[in-house]
Design a protein around this ligand. Sequence first.
Ligand code: ZN
Ligand code: ZN
Length: 276
Amino acid sequence: MNQGDLHTHTTASDGTFSPEQNVQRAVEKGLKAIAITDHDTVNGIEGALKEANKYNDFECIPGIEISTLYKGQDIHVLGYYLDYKDKNLIKKLEELTTVRDQRNKMILQKLNGLGIRIDEEELEAKRCGDGNVGRGHIAEILMEKGIVNSLPEAFDKFLGKGKVAYAIPDRISPIDAVKIILYAKGIPVLAHPGIYDADELIPLLSENGLAGIEYCHPDHTVEQVQQYEEIAEKYSLIKTAGSDFHGFRNGEVFHGDIGSCSVPLSTLEQLKNFYK
Ligand SMILES: [Zn+2]
Ligand SMILES: [Zn+2]
């Protein structure tokens, strides 16, 4: 299978697999490439690259998924092949992590207001090394406390967009995220456009340097996959795909398993040729 999964999370953000384990799972699944795209951090990349080096004919793509805000919506921008050691990038990401922690506090306050007590220390205990913490970890705590039975239930009842404990702090715009990725010589791609109500962003971002859209994602319907394939062609954008793997929590996979959405290796070539 000459395919690659361009969207996976590790313990550096809210995945449950280490960067090395993500690479191992991709190899086991017969993939030829995997991108590590943790939320607002590049801390998982080095471990994954080292692990990938152990295998012949397997590529690990350094990536990121930056959280932004546009018209009250949480919009994610993926970046590929970025210079993850760039000092300016690291500084920007540190600022974003501060916003992330601020959001967690807002969510915990809302939950506390609903009579569900989760202390900041409890959430902090979920942090893995220099990784960051987010909604996935809060969902896990809700499961552990028996308040919900599954991760989707945590999002459906409390943490999802518009739900009772949903909170969104002031964030950078998607255009800013595209710029941050471009400054770090990365290739910006709009993540899972099907889960927003903001298709007008696609032409706007493509005028500002967007290279592609993630047309295929586990949360997209068959119709949406087709629709975003057409939109990508209309704006000459690269079509990317990824599972949005977050590991397993209580035996459940959130979004998709590694390889459940993938691209042919020619897509990697298209991404690499973006600057040529
Ligand atoms: Zn996302
Ligand atoms: Zn993601």
